[in-house]
Ligand binder design. Sequence first.
Ligand code: BTN
Length: 322
Amino acid sequence: MESTKTRILKKLLETDGYLSGQDLCEQLGVSRTAVWKYMKQLKEEGYEIEAVQNKGYCLKDVPDVLGESEIKSRLHTRWAGQTLYYYDEIDSTNTQIKRLAEEDAPHGTLAVADYQSKGKGRRGHAWDSPHGSAIYMSILFRPDIRPDRASMLTLVIGLSVAQAIRSNLGVQAQIKWPNDIVLNGKKLVGILTEMSAQMNYIEYLVTGIGINANLREFPEELADKATSLQKEIGHKVNRSALIAECMKKIEENYETFVKTQDLSGMMEAYQEVLVNQDQQVRVLEPGHEYTGIARGINAMGELLVEREDGTITEVYAGEVSV
Ligand code: BTN
């Protein structure tokens, strides 16, 4: 059972505008004095709450403290993130997890940084953002799966992060296949998975997640392509709470994945968050382009695209745009 303070905070986070004290008491079954006491505690913790007579309470700003104890105090997992390394600054959390993996760090080890000096994006691009604003984290997996199944893990993580953003913040994050996360059509999260493997044996996988959390602005060239949670929600988000929620969803979905060794247990959930579901998409394969309607994914994580003649093409790799 959640504490009254957590329930009050959740109501404040869910409410767009003012939340009347009377409604809060009725919905939570608590006294006015209790509401007042918890509002005071939340303010002392840094939550900016405006109280207006005859209107109620309005959450104006949320504190954002990132650190080992802040994250740990919110973790309710068995293995995901239980071995945790926090850095004020690091070159790249993916690179750091690889170093830790070579030193026998356990499955589920998480590295989180407040700033990366050499953040890596896909296809050799850099992944930068200012200090104290984004979430940079990487998690180590030592999975018992065949190397040809490794790319599915990225979809598992994409789904988990989209679900965590939805449950933690109440916004409709969606997935652009295979694993970019978008909000209102703009990129919010990037995921980069790297693998160390033998021919038929995975030593480890590192999945790095970059979430545009509390960024106010983007460079001009990204302004119409990228967004942040702060921009979309209108206030800062608590990065530690979101990281903990990501770990919870990752642990749940990962366990479903290794049981079946494919995505059969997650196809419906993935379809629910797929941005192009039942919409026209353009598939850009090397030397070949076509359009069709996106119909979700199959158990291998391939995008199902219905062509004009009604046949279904399974897209394994390639760029998909609207
Ligand atoms: C992309 O290009 O979309 C993938 C971006 C992945 C960025 C994250 S931030 C945390 C982790 N560390 C890195 O150096 N990259 C990943």
